[in-house]
Every structure is written in C-alpha cells, then in structure tokens.
Design a protein around this ligand. Structure first.
Ligand code: KG4
Ligand code: ZN
Length: 341
C-alpha cells in the first residue's frame, strides 16, 4: 500500500468512515440518520450528535474491515473539521484525535466543501486540474476554479439559500418527507417540467454573472401552492415538482458552463448532495458534451456526504504531526472564501 488514509466525516446527519489508498477507495461506509430525523422534518443537531456518538466506532471498524486493513496499516487519519453542526463535528474530531493520538499518527483536519470538490480526484474519475467545480449541497452552492486541488478559487456562490435547502423546503411544501431531494426527484419524473414557469434566480443581473439565488423560486412555489389550494396541489404535485426541480438545476448547469467558457478550462465537475439529482446529471452531461468538455460526475454515493471525499481532501491538506493536534477543535463555520486547505 502507498498512502493509506482513514477518514471520518460527521458534519451533519451521516456517520461516515472510509479508507482511501492514494486515489483508490478501499472502503466507504455511511450510516445515514435520515430516518431518525424524518419524524422532525429536518436534522435536529442534538439528535445528530448523540447518534454519531453511538455509531462512529462501529462505522470506523467496518471501514477498516471492508478495506482489509488494521489501524496499524494506516498512515494518516483525516477528519472533517468544518463547516457543519458543531456538536456533530465534535464527535468526529474527538474520535479522530483519539485514534491518531493513541497510535502516534499524524492527523489531517479537512474541510467538508474541499471534500466535495476533491471527490473527483478519486478513481475511477481521477480528474486532474484545471477544471471548474460546481458544489451544490444542503448548506452551500458555489463554483470554484480548480487549478490546484490544494486551493480551489471561488468564482460564484449563492447569495441566499443553497440549492439543497431550496429543494428540501420545496419538497416539504409538496408533502415529501425529509430528506426531500430523492423524493422530489422521483415525483418530478412523473410531471411536466414546463407546466409552471418558476423564476430563475438573478436572471436580471445579466448573462455573465456566476452567483446564484434560490430565495425567489422558493417563494414562487409557496405562492403557487397557496393559489392552487390543497386539492389543486394534490392534483398537480408532479408538475409542481418537475417545474420546481427544473428551476433549481437549470441555473446550476448554465453557470457551470458559463464559468467553463470564461476560464477556458477543458473539464467541469459536479459534487455535493444535489449532484446526486438525475436531471442535473443529465443536463450537465448534455451541456458539457455539446461543448466538447470533459465532465466528471461522481457516483451518487460520492456526491452525498461520505468520508472517502474527506480522504481525498486529505491528500491536499497539510497533516498535523503527532501530538500537535491535541488542542485543535471543530469549527462550525466556513472560513473566509469558503474552503480551507
Ligand atoms: O452534501 P450533502 O449530502 O450534505 C450537505 O453537505 O449539506 O447534501 C444534502 C442535500 C440535501 O439538501 C438533499 O435534499 C440534496 O442534497 N439531495 C438531492 C438529492 N439527493 C440529495 N437533491 C436533489 N436530488 C437528489 N437526488
Ligand atoms: Zn456535504
């Protein structure tokens, strides 16, 4: 083996551990808490933290087992340090620190968004820079120019809600249980995406800007459901879902392509939970192939939260030698510029 990283990710509601050996994923274990939170209609931070605590050791053991390695074979331990729910992050950070300290190994404190971008570095995609990366998740929506995996450069981002947030809130309005993304996608497949003309954010700012806005489309869906009334919504649910999904994914694709044109890169990538969306994947594929761009679309399991992507980010984040990380902490917020490497 070459450079074996045990990675841990607990920033939100997935307890995840993975073993990554260079660009190869040796194991990638995710224990989702989604069902636990669905009764509340969203993630309850305290519940998430407690559940990470009861699950994390078993998930780490499973990741080592599935990779066929022991802790002794691991060269570095990596963990998501930021951004995320503080109580949830703390469980991963405390676990990783303890494992690294007890075994005398270096620790990498990685950035969650960096992980979403670095997922494309892993095999089989093995994407090399330069490229433009779209990251669309529950908390973030951004475009980065990646000349170097160690330092993605922000090109544009949402000015209000994240795409995933808009998806989850829209799904809720349509009576789809948490997590809304997969349910909205399934319902949208039955509907007509041209049925409702929902506003596409920031169109008025002109064609060459790379930011996003999702507050307007969310409000438009709310008004549409009010106008239709309960029976009307029931009858048009699939059309509403399809039109709403279209209004969310279109600007993601358009601005990703625009950024690729402006920066003259040969490739684009997508990542984050929203990149698991089939309609987004299809549109990105079409638009990129029409322009002769290479497009890196990770497996769905590498788009939604996972630890393999943290193992990838660890390849581009300085390791802290034993035992200097003992005083390091989790951080809830993203750093200025959005991604720490
Ligand atoms: O990256 P992620 O797993 O967690 C965060 O870092 O936030 O992203 C979660 C987001 C949620 O808003 C979820 O509804 C959305 O990704 N999502 C989807 C799909 N699967 C997950 N959105 C649309 N279509 C999907 N299939
Ligand atoms: Zn994420």
């Amino acid at each position: 083996m070459g450079d074996v990283v045990l990675a841990i990710e607990t920033s939100c509601d997935e307890t995840a551990a993975a073993v990554v050996d260079g660009r190869r994923i040796a194991s990638n274990v995710v224990a989702s808490q989604a069902e636990l939170h669905s009764v509340y209609g969203g993630v309850v931070p305290e519940v998430a933290a407690r559940h990470h605590l009861t699950t994390v050791n078993a998930v780490v053991d499973r990741a080592l087992d599935e990779a066929g390695v022991t802790l002794g074979d691991v060269d570095r331990i990596a963990v998501t340090r930021r951004p995320g729910l503080i109580g949830a992050l703390l469980v991963g950070v405390a676990t990783a620190k303890a494992l690294a300290y007890a075994t005398g190994k270096p620790l990498v404190m990685a950035d969650h968004l960096h992980g979403h971008v670095a997922a494309c570095w892993l095999e089989p995609l093995a994407l090399d820079p330069p490229f433009v990366a779209l990251t669309a998740s529950g908390g973030h929506t951004r475009l980065d120019l990646v000349d170097d995996y160690a330092a993605p450069r922000l090109l544009g981002q949402t000015l209000d809600d994240a795409a995933g947030e808009a998806i989850d809130k829209g799904a809720r309005l349509l009576g789809i249980p948490y997590p809304g993304g997969p349910g909205l996608e399934a319902l949208a497949r039955e509907g007509d995406r041209t049925a409702f003309d929902f506003p596409v954010g920031l169109r008025s700012r002109g064609p060459d800007q790379l930011d996003f806005s999702y507050a307007g489309v969310k409000t438009a869906l709310l008004y549409a459901t009010r106008d239709l009334g309960d029976d009307g919504v029931q009858a048009r649910r699939a059309d509403l879902a399809a039109s709403y999904q279209e209004a969310i994914v279109r600007p993601l694709v358009d601005r990703l392509m625009l950024a690729a044109d402006i920066h003259g890169v040969p490739a684009v990538s997508i990542g984050g939970g929203v990149a698991a969306n089939g309609r987004l994947r299809e549109l990105v594929e079409q638009a990129a192939s029409g322009r002769g761009l290479r497009v890196a679309i990770p497996d769905r399991a590498l788009c939604t939260d996972n630890a393999a992507m943290i193992g990838a980010a660890a390849a581009f984040t300085p390791a802290i030698p034993w035992p200097d990380y003992v005083g390091e902490d989790a951080i809830a917020t993203a750093p200025p510029g959005g991604i720490a490497a």
